[in-house]
Design a protein. Structure first.
Ligand code: ADP
Ligand code: MG
Length: 233
């Protein structure tokens, strides 16, 4: 519980800082990206083409780090609507499949009929993408990623399962703490964002892990309070 509180305090602080500077940094990045893209099409720059794509890729990476920070910021009201998890997954599927393909992995979808839930669609997309990216990164050579939805007695459940080497016990204690990463190029923000999105949806995240892979389950409560948006009106 104490750990949970420390985590949330840190998240709020990171969120406030992100809200302060994130937008300001993003604007100049967008301008630079635009000019780089323009220069890359010029004949006199042709011999440096590979440098231009590298610069653009790096800017995109910086931009996605800012996006992760900004999603910790609660500077915009959430928009809850009755939405179906399966339709969100179906919309994301081409993106997920393209990511998987780049890593020689495949994606299985096992979606059962589930009731609509009160969700902020943008946040749930980000939650799914963050878990999917971790799952793919856990299988550096190749593997199967499985995305499941189903209902059980109490919950509507979303599961993201990989065939990676699992999460060691000492690391399990730290995951989800902002900035904790075991990756050379990680931000350590992906799971922190997932936990805060889950908390805003009254959902719980469980992790099962072992030497044959890891499963992240997000358990939503059906029949949530349909007046959620009222807080923000
Ligand atoms: P990042 O991906 O930038 O490292 P995250 O918050 O998304 O940050 O993840 C934190 C850490 O949790 C990762 O560095 C990794 O050690 C561990 N982790 C998360 N998901 C998985 C997974 N599916 N398999 C193995 N390790 C994982
Ligand atoms: Mg991550």
């Amino acid at each position: 519980m104490e750990r949970e509180i420390a985590r949330l305090d840190k998240l709020n602080l990171v969120g406030e800082m992100a809200a302060g500077i994130g937008h300001e940094i993003r604007n100049p990045l967008t301008t630079v990206r635009g000019f780089l893209q323009f220069l890359a099409t010029k004949e006199e720059c042709a011999k440096y083409k590979s440098y231009y794509s590298l610069m653009i890729e790096e800017l995109d990476r910086a931009n996605s780090i800012i996006t992760e920070y900004l999603s910790l910021a609660k500077d915009k009201p959430l928009k809850f609507n009755m939405t179906n998890l399966n339709s969100i997954i179906t919309t994301l599927f081409p993106l997920i499949q393209a990511d998987a393909l780049k890593k020689n992995s495949s994606v299985n979808l096992e979606m059962k009929d589930v009731p609509d839930l009160l969700l902020d669609e943008n946040e749930i997309r980000q939650l799914i993408l963050n878990l999917v990216r971790n799952a793919l990164e856990a299988m550096p050579l190749s593997g199967n990623l499985t995305i499941k939805t189903f209902s059980d007695v109490d919950n509507v459940v979303l599961e993201i399962q990989d065939e990676g080497k699992g999460i060691p016990l000492d690391i399990m204690e730290k995951i989800g703490t902002p900035f904790f990463t075991t990756k050379d190029d990680g931000t350590g923000l992906g799971l922190a964002v997932c936990y805060s999105i889950a908390a805003r949806h009254d959902a719980k995240i469980n992790v099962k892990t072992g030497s044959s892979g890891t499963t992240f389950s997000v358990r939503f409560l059906p029949n949530q309070n349909k007046n959620k948006n009222k807080n923000y009106l």
